[in-house]
Design a protein around this ligand. Structure first.
Ligand code: MG
Length: 254
C-alpha cells in the first residue's frame, strides 16, 4: 500500500534528510586510504547520537535477508554493489566505495547513498561514477513534469546508463520511504515512458540507480551483500525525494 505524506510529514522528513546529508558528507570526506570501513561506521554512530537521531538500517531485516542488519552503514567496495557490512578492511588507493545510509528522526525515515573514489581511481571507475550520478539526476528530472509516471523514472535512468555503455543492475530497485525504510511502490531502474503509477503529491521515493561497468547480473553472498556476477565495478547514488504540487523536493540534497 502506498502511504502519501502530508505537509507536516514533509517537515519531519526535511529534518531527517538534513541530518542524513550532514553525516553522509562527513563520511565521504573521511573516506581515505588506510581508513577502515569500521572507522566510518563508528563515526556515523557518533554523529547520529550527537544529532539525536537513529539508524534506519541497524537491526533492519529486508525481505530475502537471512539475519537482521548489524550496522548503521552499508559500505560496499568495488564489485560489491550494495548491502556491504562494515569490516576492518582498510580503504586503499584506487578503490571505489559506496556508502549507503538511512536515518530515522522523530519517526521519519530518509535514505541516501553516494560513491566515493579513494585517491586516484581508474578512468573506468571515474566514468561509471559520473554516469551513475547523471542517471540519478535524469530519474529526478523525469519526475518533475505534471502527469509523470513511475515508468518515466526507470526509463530515464536506464537511458542515461546505456548511452555511456553501462548497465543497470537487475533485481535491485528504489522504493517508497518516509514512515518505514521500504514502502510501496517499487521503483525500477528501467521501464517504459508513460507506464506505471501516476506520481501524486505526497509520494516520497528513494531513487537509487545501481550501475555496473559490465554484466547487469548480480549474486547475493552469505553476508547478504550483492556483487556483480562478472566482478566488474559498480556504482550507486541515491536520494530521497518528495512529489509536491509544483514538481519535486529533494529531501536529501547533496
Ligand atoms: Mg534505498
Amino acid at each position: 500500500m502506498v502511504l502519501l505524506k502530508k505537509d507536516k510529514d514533509l517537515d519531519g522528513l526535511r529534518k531527517s534528510g538534513k541530518i542524513l546529508v550532514s553525516i553522509l558528507l562527513a563520511l565521504k570526506e573521511a573516506a581515505r586510504a588506510d581508513v577502515s570501513l569500521m572507522d566510518l561506521e563508528k563515526k556515523a554512530r557518533e554523529m547520529l547520537q550527537e544529532a539525536g537521531a537513529s539508524s534506519a538500517f541497524l537491526n533492519y531485516k529486508p525481505e530475502g535477508a537471512k539475519k537482521p542488519y548489524p550496522a548503521v552503514l552499508c559500505t560496499s567496495l568495488n564489485d560489491q554493489i550494495v548491502h556491504g557490512i562494515p569490516t576492518n578492511i582498510r580503504l586503499k588507493e584506487g578503490d571505489i566505495l559506496k556508502i549507503d545510509f538511512g536515518v530515522v528522526f522523530d519517526g521519519y525515515v530518509t535514505d541516501a547513498a553516494l560513491t566515493v573514489g579513494i585517491g586516484k581511481i581508474s578512468e573506468e571507475a571515474e566514468s561509471l561514477m559520473k554516469t551513475t550520478e547523471e542517471a540519478l539526476q535524469a530519474g529526478l528530472e523525469a519526475m518533475k513534469a505534471p502527469g509523470s509516471r513511475i515508468g518515466d523514472i526507470g526509463w530515464a535512468i536506464e537511458n542515461a546508463a546505456e548511452k555511456d555503455g553501462f548497465s543497470v543492475v537487475e533485481g535491485l530497485t528504489g522504493h517508497g520511504v518516509g514512515f518505514k525504510l521500504h514502502e510501496d511502490p517499487i521503483v525500477y531502474n528501467y521501464g517504459n515512458k508513460g507506464e506505471g503509477m501516476l506520481l501524486k503529491k505526497g509520494l516520497v521515493l528513494a531513487i537509487e540507480p545501481m550501475l555496473s561497468a559490465g554484466s547487469p547480473q548480480s549474486v547475493q553472498m552469505k553476508d547478504d551483500s550483492f556483487y556483480t556476477k562478472d566482478g566488474s565495478l559498480s556504482a550507486h547514488f541515491e536520494k530521497t525525494v518528495a512529489v509536491t504540487e509544483h514538481g519535486i523536493e529533494i529531501l536529501t540534497s547533496f
